[in-house]
Design a protein. Sequence first.
Length: 453
Amino acid sequence: MFGRTITRQLSPTALRRSLSTTSGSRLKINSDRLLETLHSTCEWGAAHRYGEGPTETGMARLCLTDDDAKVRRWLQDEAEKLGCMVTIDQMGNMFARQQGSLGSPAPMTAMGSHLDTQPRGGRYDGILGVLAALEVLRTMKEHGFRTNYDIGLVNWTNEEGARFPKSMCSSGVWAGAIPVESAWGLTDIFNPAVTLRSELERHGFFGQVACSNDPATGYPLGAHFELHIEQGPILEEAGKSVGVVRGAQGYRWLTITVAGRDAHTGTTPLAARRDPVLAASKMIVASNVVAKKYGALASTGVMKLPRSSSTNTVASDVTFTLDIRHSQDRIVHAVQDESLQAFADIAHEDGKGVSFDWTLDTDSAAVEFDETCIKAVQDAATHLVGADQWMEVTSGAGHDSVYTSRHCPTAMIFVPCKEGVSHHPEEYCSPADCALGTQTLLEAVVNYDRRRE
Ligand SMILES: [Zn+2]
């Protein structure tokens, strides 16, 4: 009686929502099917065998190669079998859309990632996210479950930037951050006669719709959820099974040039030198000390000496890079400022001193994902593993979600990968973690769908 009273008071929309709430929590993904699909489709691009087992290979499925085209066509077929409408845009991004029960024209809630890999990549980076999305759609279809709003999957083109050197390339175009002409014009690093656009056309993936989030010309999204392997050791070391990603680190890349003076190493006393290599070395150490103090990251990946440098000559100059990262922009800035102050002191410390100059090459602001999406993931994770088995993390790597977050509510789910190894043939995510991540994705999008206005 009580239940009927409540039911009568609910609007048709709210009633449909309460019904889908009940059935949504009972949906369980099929982990055998997920794993079978993942490994069988990895036959397109399998490479770098490292063990005896049938799945013990890495992947070399570079963007828009014949193998990539095969898995794309397969994905399109599978999505269409589920009754999805598949749309391909002019960067080859694939959108598969399942209609929601409200018949709303609002953009779909998307589950996206990428099917392309590094030349020596693994079976999980990106691939897990797309195939988990397919498994979620299959599970919903199988159980006759419909979300309120349209829901679907996205396969973003050229996330890795390995063959056509621009990472997160097509989500970047979609977000308006990368001009489409420059993306089309990217040339194959192995064959300059081949462009990304010519490969899109060769494989029939140059779609009709503009690659844009603009509702008038492109394919806007209502939200974007991405399941991805962590690609780092934090979850495994903390003994947690799910990472709720709050955002992505901000980073700044600097190039520092230190100028000294060539001098004979045997005849020039230390006090008479202007030694740029000594100063640069101390600067790198100092940046590490500053970063540690703030809990940030500072790294030097490139150090260049003049071609004419020799063992018995103090070098004339040296250039090094500095990559500073933290989840908060103000910390990135503080590490930069304190490091540069330390560099100024170091420049006077030894001999007759050196001079230095610096340039800011890249400034990428920290990204904070959407609170409602994050909450949808948190609730899913708490339901599945309990509040003490998941943790909040910040992504250290770039992902398509970083670009989507500029134009639609976005969140990511991380699952652990063995020893944090990624971009390597032995990259490994256990079947249980693949399944848990996929179930978390399902429950997160259902949670979000219920809360969508
Ligand atoms: Zn990836």
